[in-house]
Design a protein around this ligand. Structure first.
Ligand SMILES: Nc1ncnc2c1ncn2[C@@H]1O[C@H](COP(=O)(O)OP(=O)(O)OP(=O)(O)O)[C@@H](O)[C@H]1O
Length: 208
């Protein structure tokens, strides 16, 4: 479960954000909608403990998370938070499967090759596991990102515009996969997007 209350953040005195409170229980999904520049990525990075709020609280699995030291925040992020970035970041010299297994390594967990293969099969890119990530299409890279975010059974999955470059049929597929996979590991799924197609896919919604 993740909750955020009274979150305020500023990049400068001219760029300040006062975010609405959010709450997403285990196995539930929350959609955060907002037009370009409204602060969606900023909010997601606050929830991912990549940015520190000026004030307010973030609770992850019942524990206060926003005032952790950078080292502890890194550890919590690696183990408990799965992040799907707007643009996937991969290590281009590694294969697809090694990029996925990197999640285990970074969280100090045993590398679970069988799980990586299972997720690749579920997400429909198993035939690409030994390729380099640069050889995959954008939609395939997005699905690799999803698999990578699920490797450590996180408490929270945060997805930044996961459908922005997908056609309608792949958009629906990716969202259903994300919902199904996060529910099956008992995680909270938070999606930020400007993609109005997702409105009807989520009953819990917040608009920025
Ligand atoms: N590092 C930064 N320093 C200063 N301003 C920033 C920084 N990052 C983002 N901003 C500004 O904060 C605002 C919100 O940015 P953010 O990326 O969170 O918006 P967004 O809603 O995700 O936008 P988009 O849908 O276009 O990705 C923008 O006006 C942006 O220019």
């Amino acid at each position: 479960m993740i909750t955020a209350s009274n979150l305020r953040f500023s990049y400068s005195s001219l760029k300040k954000f006062d975010f609405p409170d959010i709450s997403c229980k285990d196995k539930e999904a929350l959609l955060i909608l907002g037009q370009s520049g409204k602060g969606k990525t900023t909010l997601l990075h606050l929830l991912a403990l990549l940015l520190k709020p000026d004030s307010g609280e973030i609770l992850i699995a019942g524990k206060l998370a926003n005032s952790l030291s950078p080292e502890l925040a890194t550890r919590v992020r690696a183990k408990h938070i799965g992040i799907i970035y707007q643009r996937p970041h991969f290590v281009s010299s590694l294969s697809v499967i090694d990029n996925i297994l990197l999640s285990n390594y970074l969280a100090n967990q045993k590398q679970d090759r069988a799980k990586a293969i299972y997720l690749a099969q579920e997400l429909g890119f198993a035939e690409h596991l030994s390729k380099k990530t640069t050889q995959l299409s954008q939609g395939e890279q997005q699905r690799v990102s999803i698999a990578r975010s699920l490797m450590n059974d996180p408490n929270v999955i945060l997805a930044d515009e996961p459908t922005s470059s997908l056609d309608d049929s792949n958009c629906e597929k990716v969202i259903n996969l994300l919902k199904r996979q996060s529910a099956s590991i008992g995680a909270s799924l938070v999606v930020v997007t400007h993609d109005q197609r997702l409105k009807d896919e989520f009953s819990n919604r917040v608009t920025l």
